[in-house]
Write a protein that binds this ligand. Sequence first.
Ligand SMILES: N[C@@H](CCC(=O)N[C@@H](CS)C(=O)NCC(=O)O)C(=O)O
Length: 213
Amino acid sequence: MSEAVLFDYFRSSASYRVRIALGLKGIAHRREAVNLLDGEQKGAANLQRNPQGFVPTLEVDGLRLTQSLAIIAYLDATRPEPPLLPADPGEAAHVRAMALTIACDIHPLNNLRVLKYLSGPLGQPQDARDAWYRHWVVEGLEALEAMAAPRAGRFLFGDAPTLADLCLVPQLYNARRFAVPLEPYPTLVRADAEANRLEAFAAAHPDVIAAAG
Ligand SMILES: N[C@@H](CCC(=O)N[C@@H](CS)C(=O)NCC(=O)O)C(=O)O
């Protein structure tokens, strides 16, 4: 079986989720950087592997996979240890709901292409772009804190990392980059700190990836 290849960008939070999953599952792979600031995501090579012009793309098991949550679901189905969802269907639905709150309702509104559209075609100044970013992060994190708090353990759900933590850690990394105050979200901050103590999360951090070149 050929080596897995992850096409990603160090600061991409969708890529960061997949890097964490690869680490937790212990899947050997190499990275191929797609530089989003240089527009490489819209180049022919990336469009061929990822028709949406996004990262990440993962080549694994002779397959070419896109969409971070689909990639993670594939890895979890084919490498079940450690599981990224609870076995109980109701608990799994709760974990998925938290992951989707981030991946579907926060992250897409603050994607690079959306921010570029605001400042380009819509002519919005930087402060409006930053306000847009913070607005959707704050609204989403408020809801996520309320969802997580009653059932959190060391992590967003229980005492082992789940899909929800794979989405949380990159989202809080982004929130800090944009100076969003995180004090109102103690459950999220606690789970994030706990996760970052694990090697798979630490090794996937954008600073670590950037330093590795
Ligand atoms: N839903 C997709 C989102 C992927 C995505 O938004 N990737 C961003 C980086 S985090 C990207 O490639 N953006 C390129 C752009 O905005 O031009 C996934 O989860 O894989």
